[in-house]
Every structure is written in C-alpha cells, then in structure tokens.
Design a protein around this ligand. Structure first.
Ligand code: ADP
Ligand code: MG
Length: 254
C-alpha cells in the first residue's frame, strides 16, 4: 500500500508508521519502505541518521537487494527499509534510464523475505519516487488533513495514479482516503469531513484520525503511538483503521 498525497504535512508518514504498527499487532509481518528523502518514517522508528548506508536510495540506484537493506524495529513484526538523504538525487541519477519507474517494483519482486503487508511512505510530490511507489503498490491510501484546501490537488494525484495504471500496474486500487488531524472542537474539521464524504463517498474510510498530542509525541521516542501510549485516542484510531483495511482486503479477495 502506497501512502500518497503530494501535499506535505497531511499525515502520510504518521499514517504509514502507525498503520504499519497496528497491522503488525494482527500477527502480520509488515514492512515499511521509506521513500521520502527526509526520512521521517526512518527516524520515527528509531533508525539513526548516521546509520542509513543500506537504504531505499541504494536499492533504487545501486541494485542493493531489499533483503539486505531491511531491518527489524523495536515493534514485533514490523520491519523498515530506511531512506537516505541522497534519495533526493535519485531522480536525477535514474531520470532517463530504462524502466526508471519500475526500480522499486523490480526490487520487491526479487526479494525473498516474505511480508504480509508492505507500506510505502511517499515524499510530498508527484515525482519519480512516487511513481516508483505507485508502480510497485497494489493499492493506495490517501491521507487528507481536515483543513480548508483538503481536496485541492486530488485530481492531479488521481491523474498520476492513472499513469501508473496505464503503465505496468493496471490493478492498482484505491483503498481509500483517510481523514487526519480531525479536531472535534473545531467546526471547520466537521465541515471539511462532510464535504469530503459528499464528494468521495465510499472511497473515504469510516475511521477518522483525531488530532492527538500522543501521535505527535511518539516519533521523538522512536515509537509508533500504538506502543508509546497504547490506550491513547490516536492508538485506538489507527487500530480501527487497520481493522477496516483488513476487512476491506478480505472482501476484495472474496
Ligand atoms: P506528511 O508525511 O504528510 O508530511 P506527517 O505525518 O509528517 O505528514 O505529519 C505532519 C505533522 O503533523 C507532524 O508533525 C505530525 O507529528 C503531526 N501529526 C500528524 N497526524 C497527527 C495527529 N493525528 N495528531 C496530531 N499531530 C499529528
Ligand atoms: Mg512524510
């Protein structure tokens, strides 16, 4: 599942980390791939900045195998493929090479380590890194922040999804849009949520992620919110989202 939205600060990385951790609680082996040069998902799960010599950058540009780059986290069942700041230059390095959108997908096919779920945390742009993620993914999750311009840019994102489908990934599905940073004391949050549901209907997950300070604090302790404060509203919300996704996928299989 690629977690994608070209806007920054909408909750992609937060959703990638916490959804991955919540899925791992279901006895699933889960891999989080950090495709953002900023590496917030890597930092948030405890990978030090000076310990990133085996990263998505090396997988995409040097042919490093995913098996050799994946490492465990402190959360049982959750693994991470960290990013590297040089990933920002990967686009230039592989920009015109053949199969440039397929680098991640090829590396994933070549990997032998088995995972039940792979989440890809995308950078805040519709660049070659995001296209690699969309080419490798079976489905996408789109976090939308409950603020005024939430829907802005969505049509551009959907065009990019169509591009990946027209390429080699015709089965790419949209798991759904997840509303993030919902503030029940703020009328704008409720208005935006209503508006988004009116426009997108069943494409919007029932689960809404509330604004919750525990969610914001957890990364500085290198933990997902599900272990940092297991009883918090944030942890509960991400567990609900995980259950909703497991249900959806079970139905899709049938
Ligand atoms: P993106 O990856 O889309 O750029 P992030 O996941 O990094 O967005 O989130 C942006 C900021 O908002 C971060 O500082 C994060 O801690 C904070 N944040 C995200 N979701 C929540 C939430 N539900 N409650 C409180 N803070 C949140
Ligand atoms: Mg991010």
């Amino acid at each position: 599942m690629a977690v994608v939205n070209q806007k920054g600060g909408v909750g992609k990385t937060t959703t990638a980390i916490n959804l991955a951790a919540a899925l791992a609680e279901h006895e699933q082996r889960v891999l989080l791939i950090d495709m953002d040069p900023q590496g917030n998902a890597s930092t948030g799960l405890g990978v030090r900045r000076d310990d990133r010599e085996q990263s998505t950058y090396h997988v995409l540009t040097d042919g490093l195998s995913i098996d050799d780059a994946v490492r465990p986290t402190r959360v049982r069942g959750l693994y991470i493929l960290p990013s590297h700041p040089d990933l920002a230059a990967a686009e230039l390095e592989i920009g015109t090479a053949d199969g440039r959108t397929r680098r991640l997908s090829d590396a994933m096919e070549a990997a032998t380590a088995g995972f039940d779920y792979v989440l890809i945390d995308c950078p805040p742009s519709l660049n070659l890194l995001t296209l690699n993620a969309l080419t490798a993914a079976r489905s996408i999750i789109v976090p939308l922040q409950c603020e005024f311009f939430a829907l802005e840019g969505l049509s551009q994102l959907l065009k990019t999804v169509e591009m990946a489908k027209a390429g080699i990934n015709p089965k790419l599905a949209i798991d759904g849009v997840v509303l993030t940073m919902y503030d029940k004391r703020n009328r704008l949050s409720a208005q935006v949520a209503d508006d988004v549901r009116r426009h997108l209907g069943r494409a919007v997950f029932e689960t809404v992620i509330p604004r919750n300070v525990r969610i914001a604090e957890a990364p500085s302790f290198a933990e997902p919110v599900t272990t940092y404060d297991s009883a918090s509203q944030g942890a509960k919300a991400y567990r609900r989202l995980a259950r909703e996704i497991l249900r959806k996928h079970a139905q899709r299989k049938k």
